[in-house]
Each structure stands twice: as C-alpha cells, then as structure tokens.
Design a protein around this ligand. Structure first.
Ligand code: FNR
Length: 197
C-alpha cells in the first residue's frame, strides 16, 4: 500500500447544489484509501491585487497555508463562458504569489469538468491546463474527463444513477492515484521498484 497522500481538492463552483461538488465528492469516495482529500474553500478569497501583498488578507494566507502542505491537486470545475470560473482563476492567482513562493509548483494534478451543456466544459478544462503549464503543475493527460449533461446523471435525491459515469469516475481516480505516485516518486524510484536489487 502506498504511503498516505494529501490531496487538495479545488472545486470551481461556489454553489451549494453544485454538480461539480457532487462529482468531486464521488471521486473522493471512489479513490484508494491512501488518498486523503481536503476540500479547499475558494469562495472567500478577495480578488488578487499585488498591492495587498505587503500585508496579505487573512483568507489569502489561510488558503496558501492549506494548499502548501498538500502532496497533490485535484480540480473539479464547471465551465463559465467557455473558460474556467473567475473564482477558480483567482484562486490560482492567489496561490501563485508572492513570486517564487507559489503553492502549486511541482504538485501532480488532474482536472475533471462537468457541465449541463453538451461539450462537458472542454474550454474550462483546457484553460485550466494552460495555466497549469506556467504554474509547473504536471497534469494527468489521460483519461480526460469532460462530463456533459451532468444533470441527467443524478436522481432527485442527489444520488448518482448513471453507471457508465460512475465507471468513468472510478477509472479516472485510479489513474490519478497512479499519476500522483509516478510524479511524487519520480522515474528513478519507480524503475528500481520494477527491478529490485
Ligand atoms: C454557465 N454554464 C455553461 N455551461 C457550459 O457548458 N459552457 C459554458 O460556457 C457555460 N457558461 C456558463 C456561465 C455562467 C456564468 C453560468 C452560471 C453557467 C452552465 C453550467 O454548465 C451549469 O450551470 C453547471 O451546472 C455549473 O456547474 P455547477 O455549479 O453545477 O457545478
């Protein structure tokens, strides 16, 4: 069994009944037990303003202090106007500064996007990936997760009724667990595991 890993989960929707929040919770339930998920609040972060860095707002400090010790990142987000929601972009910006002290750097990441529309948040997914290139967050490539018409996957009581979506989420989170180990342990250690002695 791999050692415990702390996963910071960032959900791009702020609404209570968010489908993305539901998906994120299901991913956490389906994950191997050594992944310890912490859902990080982004709704209370003041908009990023460099002038405030001399005495950063308390919510910025708390956010940075929560993400910094995490081993890995999991983003689950809707698409707003073909991009990521502003609150999520703001969280990326807040975590990226002060310069040289980014809380994101080198943490393995993955993104799932869920939308009530037909294309599953593709634009949001890839705009987030674009920022993650600059932030030096190695993002899992496959499987991709663009979850379209997500509202149809749930019953009225909020339970997930779409078995094919459940299978996809399971495959996604197992691949993510592998990805986290691969990045955190590095190629040398994995190679020596495969060829003991
Ligand atoms: C949306 N929605 C949306 N959907 C989509 O597929 N592409 C888009 O560009 C947008 N744009 C958009 C902008 C804004 C401001 C809102 C509020 C919504 C619809 C979106 O998919 C739907 O509201 C989801 O249910 C939002 O995710 P949560 O809150 O359920 O997680």
């Amino acid at each position: 069994m791999p050692q415990d890993r702390r996963i910071a989960v960032i959900v791009g929707s702020l609404r209570k009944e968010s489908y993305n929040l539901r998906i994120a919770r299901i991913l956490a339930e389906l994950a191997p037990p050594h992944l310890k998920f912490e859902f990080v609040e982004i709704g209370g972060l003041p908009p990023y303003n460099e002038d405030l860095e001399q005495d950063p707002p308390a919510p910025w400090r708390a956010f940075r202090d929560t993400v910094r010790p995490a081993d890995a990142l999991l983003f689950v987000t809707p698409e707003y106007n073909r991009s990521m929601p502003g609150g999520l972009k703001n969280a990326l910006d807040v975590g990226s500064r002060p310069y040289g002290k980014s809380v994101w750097e080198k943490k393995p990441g993955a993104v799932a996007t869920a939308s009530q529309g037909a294309i599953g948040g593709f634009g949001s997914n890839h705009h987030l990936r674009q920022s993650c290139v600059f932030l030096d967050v190695p993002m899992m490539q496959q499987p991709e997760a663009y979850l379209s018409s997500v509202q149809k996957a749930f019953a009225e009581d909020g339970s997930l009724t779409d078995e094919s979506l459940k299978k996809l989420l399971k495959r996604f989170i197992l691949a993510y667990a592998d990805w986290v180990e691969k990045i955190l342990r590095g190629p040398g250690e994995i190679a020596s595991d495969q060829h003991p002695g």
